[in-house]
Each structure stands twice: as C-alpha cells, then as structure tokens.
Ligand binder design. Structure first.
Ligand code: FEO
Length: 168
C-alpha cells in the first residue's frame, strides 16, 4: 500500500474512534438531562462508529500495512441544548465526509483501486448519516424552545433508535 494512503487510513481510524467517543459523551449528556430517546440514539451511533473504526483496522491488517491505534482528544461533553447537541452531530459527520472524500481523491491519484473500492462503503454510509443528522436538526429548528416539542422529539427518536437496534 502506498505510504500516504496508509497514513490517511490510519488517520481515519482516529476520526472514527473520536466520533465514537464524541457520541458516547453526547449519549451521556442526553441521559443526564432526561432525554432517554436521544441517549439511546447516540449510544447506538457510538457503537456504529466503533464498527467503522474496526472495519478500517481489519482492512489495513489484511493488506499487510501497519495499523497505529491512536491517542484520542477528550470529546466535548457540555451542551447548552438539544440543538447544540445535534449541530455537533451534523458538524462531526460533515467533517468525516470531507476526510473520506479526501481519501477517495488520493486513491485515484495513486491508482489504488482496491482501497478506492473499500472506501465506497464509507461514502454510502456518510450520505445516510449526514441525511439523518440534517433531518433531525431541521426538526429541532421547527420545534425551537417548545418543551412539549422536545418531549415528542425524544419519544420519536427513541422509536428510530429501537428500529435501528432491531435491524442489527
Ligand atoms: Fe463513521 Fe459517521 O462517521
């Protein structure tokens, strides 16, 4: 594997791991603030990011390149509102999408079609995750400061989380 592609894939391990820890911190914030549905959603989201990370670790090892398990920065754990929580979710996903797109670009530059093919799964996953984050943030924008709106949002997202958990 080209060394710059190897480095980018290792960086991506860190981004996925950081996302997993960030979503765990967000789940915990929601749990302590009475949003049990939102908490379940982010506990699951955290698990998903861990799966994304492990998929990269296994792929790099299969290709006989070197995996570096990274140090992680402390995730943000203080949020002023549900809106802030979901803004962070969307920002996080947009950031990861940019990084994935960069890997795809570099794969084409180095003609590494094997990694390019592997990364397509991430491209599809990012499309889906960004769409979910945007939809949920749009709903919160409509709800504004309405407390009963937040209650219903939390109840509805609990259903989304349960459906997701049943699919896995
Ligand atoms: Fe694996 Fe949501 O980035």
């Amino acid at each position: 594997m080209n060394s710059s592609i190897e480095k980018l894939l290792n960086d991506q391990i860190k981004f996925e791991a950081s996302a997993s820890m960030q979503y765990l911190a967000m789940a915990s914030w929601a749990d302590t603030n009475g949003y049990n549905g939102v908490a379940e959603f982010f506990y699951l989201q955290s698990e998903e990011e861990r799966v994304h990370m492990i998929k990269l670790v296994k792929f790099i090892n299969e290709r006989s390149a070197t995996v570096i398990i990274p140090d992680l920065d402390k995730p943000r754990s203080d949020f002023g509102s549900l809106n802030q929580l979901f803004e962070t979710f969307l920002e996080q996903e947009v950031f990861v999408t940019e990084k994935i797109n960069h890997i795809i670009y570099e794969c084409l530059q180095h003609k590494d079609y094997n990694v390019h093919n592997f990364m397509q799964w991430y491209v599809t996953e990012q499309l889906e995750e960004e769409a979910v984050a945007k939809t949920l943030l749009d709903k919160l924008m409509i709800i504004g400061d309405n407390k009963s709106g937040h209650y219903l949002f939390d109840r509805d997202i609990n259903t989304i989380a349960s459906d997701k958990a049943n699919q896995e």
